[in-house]
Design a protein around this ligand. Structure first.
Ligand code: PXP
Length: 254
């Protein structure tokens, strides 16, 4: 796989819907946020249709599919209901995540190794429909290898633990987690997988992750939507892009 210098930024707009749903109103509208994100330089839009529809709803996915000019990364659990929606909407990509009703956000990676046969069957029709399938996993070798075996095109490495350790100022553990992410990214690329990353990324912690050379895309949501309250969504995305680009520019050329 070629070395990718520029890192793509996927903007997750779930929490625009969280805010809308808090009042049962029609605004703020996730589609409008996605269009603004596109204008500010986002390379893709990510949205998670959860089983409980706590933020993004079916109608949002339909509107995003029809209304944006950049790729839509449809995040969901590997259920029959979601498979049927994916096959009808045919988004650019499907990112499969574990989902537990009681969690506040996607807390861990998907156990691909422990559910390999079922997931292989689950993704086969998606691949046939031309949807790029991504597995949201931890950096463990067994999860990466299982993702490659079942024919996923992409793995998205979970950066949540790194982000938490960074926020708590636990420097040595943060560095160890970053090293494990680096090793996982290299292993995944070596197996022919495209490597993405995401979860918990902020202005303060994005640069070391963006400097992992095998990464092709970062997906960032909660922090950007929060930051939009202060400086607006476009400027928040532009600043994230600037920091990602700076980290990339500092990498040696291959
Ligand atoms: N990638 C995946 C697979 C996710 O589940 C999430 C959270 O919905 C994100 C990226 C973005 O995480 P955050 O909202 O913490 O930036």
């Amino acid at each position: 796989m070629p070395f990718v210098k520029k890192l793509r930024l996927g903007v997750n707009i779930d929490h625009v819907a969280t805010l809308r749903n808090a009042r049962g109103a029609a605004w703020p509208d996730p589609l409008r946020a996605a269009i603004l994100a596109e204008a500010a330089g986002a390379d893709g839009i990510t949205a998670h249709l959860r089983e409980d529809r706590r933020h993004i709803r079916d109608a949002d996915m339909e509107a995003l599919r029809a209304g944006i000019g950049i790729p839509l990364n449809f995040e969901c659990a590997a259920t029959d209901e979601m498979q049927a929606i994916l096959l009808r909407l045919r988004p650019h990509a499907a990112c499969l995540v574990p989902e537990k009703r009681e969690e506040r956000t996607t807390e861990g990676g998907l156990d691909v190794a422990g559910d390999e046969a079922r997931l292989a069957r689950f993704i086969a029709p998606l691949r046939e429909a031309g949807i790029r399938v991504s597995m949201f996993i931890g950096h463990e070798a067994r999860q990466i290898e299982a993702s490659a075996r079942i024919g996923a095109a992409v793995v998205e490495l979970h950066t949540g633990l790194y982000s938490e350790l960074h926020a708590e100022g636990r420097t040595a553990e943060t560095e160890a987690e970053l090293a494990a992410l680096r090793e996982g990214a290299a292993r995944a690329q070596g197996l022919g997988l495209e490597v993405h990353g995401g979860h918990g990324l902020t202005f303060d912690n994005v640069e070391p992750v963006a400097a992992i050379p095998e990464l092709v895309e970062l997906n960032i949501g909660h922090f950007l939507i929060g930051e939009a309250v202060y400086r607006g969504l476009g400027p928040a995305i532009e600043e994230m892009r600037r920091r990602m680009d700076a980290a990339r520019a500092a990498l040696p050329l291959p």
